[in-house]
Design a protein around this ligand. Structure first.
Ligand SMILES: [Fe+2]
Ligand SMILES: [Fe+2]
Length: 203
């Protein structure tokens, strides 16, 4: 399947604003792929399809969770908008978009911090989490501190410092989730510990 086919199919699954966000993520993933010497086509596919499951109906979501035997590892993952749409999306793209590449599937699964055993710290997975915030169609201006943080994140990521960008990203997500009273996934804290203590290597 070609990217044009993905785009046509995706338009039927997403709201207009989510589709625009997805195209922005695709463009940013292409930029980051060049900077970090990653497979550009894979990166674009990941960016485009990462939120494929986010606007599904409750019935379809429940069916996919059963059919895909999706495991809830932490209670906070019951929060679909912030966490579970990653795992559900990873299943959906295999079924609906015939994606078989494990790095693509896993990057989408773990972009919401679920399941640290699946390419969790693959550079493509980190580029997706970063692109999700910095893509050009996302407007943070109503949240001043976030707008400032995202600009800094964009600058550092485009300079080629993935580890530093990952840390900025994690701290922004924590602050954003606390502001919105969203439970912080334990894997988010775990990432900060691993990155800060150099247990984890990123470029
Ligand atoms: Fe998402
Ligand atoms: Fe997203």
């Amino acid at each position: 399947m070609k990217i044009e086919t993905y785009i046509t199919k995706l338009k039927n699954l997403l709201t207009e604003s989510r589709f625009t966000h997805s195209v922005g993520a695709m463009q940013t993933m292409a930029e980051l792929a060049d900077i970090y010497s990653l497979d550009r086509q894979k990166a674009e596919t990941i960016g485009l399809l990462h939120d494929a499951a986010k606007d599904l109906s409750k019935e379809v979501i429940d069916r996919i969770i059963k059919e895909g035997k999706i495991r809830i590892q932490h209670n906070c993952e019951m929060d679909y908008d912030n966490y579970l749409h990653g795992p559900v999306g990873a299943y959906l793209i295999q079924k609906e978009f015939e994606i078989t590449d494990q790095e693509i599937i896993d990057a989408i699964y773990v972009h919401t911090f679920c399941d640290c055993d699946r390419n969790f710290n693959n550079p493509l997975s980190w580029c997706l989490r970063i692109s999700d915030l910095i893509e050009p169609n996302r407007d943070w201006t109503k949240m001043g501190w976030m707008d400032v943080g995202v600009k800094e994140l964009r600058k550092v990521a485009l300079q080629g410092h993935m580890k530093e960008a990952a840390l900025i990203h994690l701290n922004l997500v924590i602050k954003l989730f606390k502001t919105n009273t969203v439970t912080i996934h334990p894997n988010i804290y775990r990432c900060i510990d691993e990155l800060s203590s150099n247990l984890l290597y990123l470029p």
